[in-house]
Design a protein around this ligand. Sequence first.
Ligand code: JHZ
Ligand code: ZN
Length: 429
Amino acid sequence: MTSVALAAANSPPRSECISSCRACGGNDLEVFLDLGTTPLADRLVKASTADQCEPSFPLQVAFCADCSLVQITETVAPELLFTEDYPYFSSFSPSLLAHSRENALGLLHRRRLGPESLVIELASNDGYLLKNYVERGVPVLGIDPAEGPAAAARQIGVPTLETFFTRALAQRLAAEGRKADVIHANNVLAHVADTNGFIAGLRTILKYDGVAVIEVPYVKSLIEHVEFDTIYHEHLCYFSVTALDRLFRRHGLFLNEIEHLAIHGGSLRLFVECIQRQGASVREQLALEKRLGIDGAEYYRTFSSAVADLRHHLVTLLRRLKAEGKSIAAYGAAAKGATMLNFCGIGSDLIEFVVDRNVHKHGRLMPGCKLPILPVEALMQHRPDCVLLLAWNFSDEIAAQQKPYLVGGGQFIVPVPRPRFYDGKPASR
Ligand code: JHZ
Ligand code: ZN
């Protein structure tokens, strides 16, 4: 059912509202959070088109009573989400690079990968992860539909297919004998509309004794730390171990081990294989989720008021600072920043500009609120009194990098799980 009036006659739908679960097809979906109608979080606005209407879509989150998958109800066409100037380049975060290197080197060693092996990454972005294998002589294949990042990957020697990963592509690769010893899929499973097609494809290109190493943000962290800003149209699903275990089983795959990662506000690294050998890490987490009720709708029902509280406290704080004559900027033109600013109704009345390290974002405007994005040097030039950390998941890294700003009397504000000032000392939760 097409739900957006914007869809022009005879053109493909720009967005569709689901009526059944993305994973299991069940009809028992309960909406527990409504973030209103918001613009696309990674679609940064060009100054030349600033006065034009941006595409905006409903952003509602639902729980499936049948398989316990949390998901948004609107599916925006991928062509709208992942345009040729998609601005996300993984290599702008040193801590993400270090995290990825460690991941690759660990697998290289444990799986004894060599010149005969093949490592495939789905959503390989700019080659930030696969380059670690290339440097050590292990053949790789990256798959990513975003033109800019794919070109950057090729430039550093990471062969990359510039396309979406689908069941059909998987069949073609398998027919060519290109099956993987290791498949990486970081922060992509939540992005695909055809969840089952993606997992089926993954199964098709995984060698029988291979392993898929998949990273996803953890819904438990999202709920407990009120990370509602990580909800935007690119992220269709928000995973628990319970939902993942059920999802993989339906495709003849087994979630055998998990690791907890601090990245992106709390993520899971999943080790998925064709052979069933569920380890203690998964068994214990499933039991914990059962105890906490993560497999039931009740767990999610108070989230909406936690989000409303956060919005109230953040807006009240920023207004008070403004009334005291303080100047405020923001750090991180992150996708999650777009949700935070637009849902809270924070615009140029409260914040002057946003800084970001990613040169591809400079000169653009944040979606919706249209705040200008400047290089990080603008912080030392303008010395705003306070800086709202929209990229709060990198607070420690940003504080270390912006020591001169903090030492000069500047203050950071971290918005989640509740707004607070932050002086660069490691966050305590
Ligand atoms: P970052 C991303 O979301 C992209 P975003 C994507 N939507 C996804 O799925 C999730 O991750 C999981 C900048 N920065 O990565 C870089 C600095 O300027 O938290 C980024 O623009 N200086 C595909 O966009 C932004 O902040 C720094 O020192 O919400 C961070 O965005 C650092 C460390 C980052 O996620
Ligand atoms: Zn379901």
